[in-house]
Ligand binder design. Structure first.
Ligand code: ATP
Ligand code: MG
Length: 152
């Protein structure tokens, strides 16, 4: 389905604005170009973004910042969710996409969920021949990026 990616990302981000404000978190979507369509599965990709933003909110302290960005490349698109929250220890990064992986309670102040969100996100990315990558530094923040290839 052809979707206006900028509008799509803005719409999903805006669903989190109320809860962001309640937690003093600044949530912004930074859309490079507006009005460009891309063929994607809106329900599944919404699920990916929802999980990534939900995590960013959950693992970011008060007064934190979350940025959702989107860019077009020649082979496809990327959508990133960047936070300046707790970060993930380097030794844990290889495991974050596994089912039931959760950080220790001390870091998340007991707010970790079931540990399924990222496993679902990874499955959806794989099913769309996409890639999901994470860059994180403990105490500084985390960026998850979804790449979706253009359909040939
Ligand atoms: P669920 O999403 O099923 O409610 P969850 O959030 O614990 O539970 P995942 O979304 O799979 O599970 O994330 C796994 C773990 O990775 C989290 O418990 C947390 O420790 C870590 N994590 C995920 N996203 C972030 C983030 N943005 N910043 C810091 N840690 C994160
Ligand atoms: Mg989660």
């Amino acid at each position: 389905e052809d979707v206006d990616v900028g509008a799509f990302v803005d719409r999903i981000t805006s669903k989190f604005q109320t809860i962001a404000r309640e937690n003093n978190i600044e949530l912004t979507s930074n859309i490079e170009q507006k009005g460009i369509s891309f063929s994607l599965d809106p329900d599944r990709i919404e699920q990916v973004l929802t999980n990534l933003i939900d995590n960013a909110m959950r693992y970011t302290h008060e007064n934190g910042n979350i940025k959702v960005t989107q860019a077009f490349g020649k082979d496809g698109i990327t959508i990133s969710v960047e936070d300046d929250g707790t970060g993930i220890p380097e030794e844990d990064l290889p495991f974050v996409f596994e089912r039931f992986y959760k950080a220790d309670k001390a870091r998340t102040r007991g707010r970790a969920g079931t540990g399924l969100g990222l496993a679902i996100v990874k499955n959806i990315a794989d099913a769309h021949h996409g890639q999901l990558t994470v860059i994180s530094k403990l105490g500084e923040g985390t960026t998850f990026t979804l790449f979706l290839p253009s359909k040939k």
